[in-house]
Design a protein around this ligand. Structure first.
Ligand code: TRP
Length: 335
């Protein structure tokens, strides 16, 4: 008997290789949890990666490493579909079709586009402008109603909803479903610099797959309350990124103890970070064990992705038949 699920989730992430704590807390943890209540489809968006030069390199390796981390963290290919975007080429067809109901000005007005255009003025490519159209195609191709993403993606989801409405209105149909954003409730995960969002490109990240020694070394580099200079200065946990992490990974009594002791200089930053490193390593221990195990047979990662693509493609083909019929495109020859 199949249990009744609340709906269909779709989310995607560009292949950035080994995942870090920011990816874990911002997306992966939530992806794993949603499997209990939703039919989930998780996609490694390799085509989207082509919009920027850095992410165009090492695509195969980065896809593999990311999938490996996802599987090790508990995304279950028996329950969910996990696949690579380019393995289901229908998405590019839908992208083209949706582009015809997309006003160009809407794309160039998006804050995400403006930001990217500022970052890479020498590479404002057509695909970069169309990024949200491809993202919309991802979601609606699988008729997903729920999209778990970080708040920075809100304009993209709103955009997707508008495109769906335009399409359905123009072709007098209901085939496409307006997706809802499910904003992930996540603490702001800063990098070890304690200032900027954790990210691989800033090299301020802590990799999930790092060894315990390497993890401890990175944790010991973390910047704490900048006002606390000497060991005997009282600290302020409210502005300390290490404390934010303790709240996520450490037992309640320990968090309370640190909160109190830091404020009266009873515990120093070195000691506090050692404790965090130990708790983090303990938390990641099952993940690492599972990752090492899966890594022994790399084929099972590709098998999971290929099987996911086959299942995704069945849904995609069905949607495309409905889309073509709704538009009135001439029917093709049967295969
Ligand atoms: N734009 C998303 C990001 O940069 C990635 C993405 C692509 C996505 N397609 C998607 C997210 C579909 C959710 C649904 O993080």
């Amino acid at each position: 008997m199949t249990e009744k699920k609340k709906g269909r989730v779709f989310s995607g992430a560009r292949p950035t290789g080994r995942q870090h704590l920011g990816n874990y807390l911002g997306a992966m943890k939530n992806y794993v949890a949603l499997q209990a209540d939703y039919d989930c489809i998780y996609c490694i968006v390799d085509l989207h990666a082509l919009t920027t030069v850095e992410t165009t390199e090492n695509l195969t390796q980065n896809t593999f490493e990311m999938a490996l981390d996802w599987l090790a963290a508990g995304i279950d290919p028996q329950k969910s579909i996990i696949f690579v975007q380019s393995h289901v080429p229908e998405v590019t067809e839908l992208h083209t079709i949706l582009s015809m109901v997309t006003p160009l000005g809407k794309l160039t007005d998006l804050p995400t586009f403006k930001e990217k255009a500022r970052q890479q003025p020498h590479n404002v490519n057509y695909g970069l402008v169309g990024y949200p159209v491809l993202m919309t195609a991802d979601i609606v191709l699988y008729k997903a109603d729920t999209v778990p993403v970080g708040i920075d993606q809100a304009p993209h989801i709103e955009f997707a909803r508008e495109i769906v409405r335009s399409f359905n209105y123009r072709y007098k149909t209901k085939v496409l479903i307006e997706p809802q954003m499910k904003a992930t409730q996540v603490p702001k995960v800063l990098g070890i610099d304690g200032q900027r969002k954790m990210g691989k490109s800033l090299n301020n990240h802590i990799e999930l797959a790092a060894t315990p020694e390497e993890t401890t070394r990175r944790v010991m580099q973390m910047v704490t309350d900048p006002q606390r200079v000497r060991r005997n200065d009282p600290g302020n946990p409210d502005v300390c990124n290490v404390f934010t992490m303790h709240k996520i990974f450490s037992p309640a009594e320990e968090v309370e103890m640190i909160d109190t002791e830091c404020r009266r200089a009873g515990i120093g930053c070195v000691d506090c970070k050692r404790r965090f490193a130990a708790n983090l390593n303990a938390h990641l221990e099952p993940f690492r064990a599972r990752r090492t195990e899966i890594e022994q047979t790399p084929d099972q990662v590709w098998d999971a992705l290929h099987d996911g693509a086959r299942r995704a493609r069945t849904i995609a083909r069905q949607t495309m038949d409905e889309v073509r019929a709704a538009i009135g495109l001439p029917p093709g020859a049967r295969e």
